[in-house]
Design a protein around this ligand. Structure first.
Ligand code: SF4
Ligand code: SF4
Length: 61
């Protein structure tokens, strides 16, 4: 199981994580990405790779 989190202070709202996650973990909420379906995460690391500000953190639990 994977724990994906977004540091709202670092998120610039570019939507890259929203547009590239293969299982739609993220949605935008007041211009920040919210990993609202984090339980669907498959650990592919795409969100970490595409985020330009290092706002996304992925941990294996
Ligand atoms: S690691 Fe992959 S599946 Fe998980 S939230 Fe990021 S892009 Fe989506
Ligand atoms: S890719 Fe990073 S900066 Fe862009 S919306 Fe997602 S968390 Fe925010």
């Amino acid at each position: 199981m994977w724990l994906v989190t977004v540091d709202a202070d670092k998120c610039e709202g570019c939507e890259e994580c929203v547009n590239n996650c293969p299982v739609a973990v993220f949605k935008m909420e007041t211009d920040k990405a919210n990993p609202y379906q984090a339980d669907l995460c498959e650990g592919c690391e795409t969100c970490v790779s595409v985020c330009p500000t290092g706002a996304v953190t992925l941990k294996e639990m």
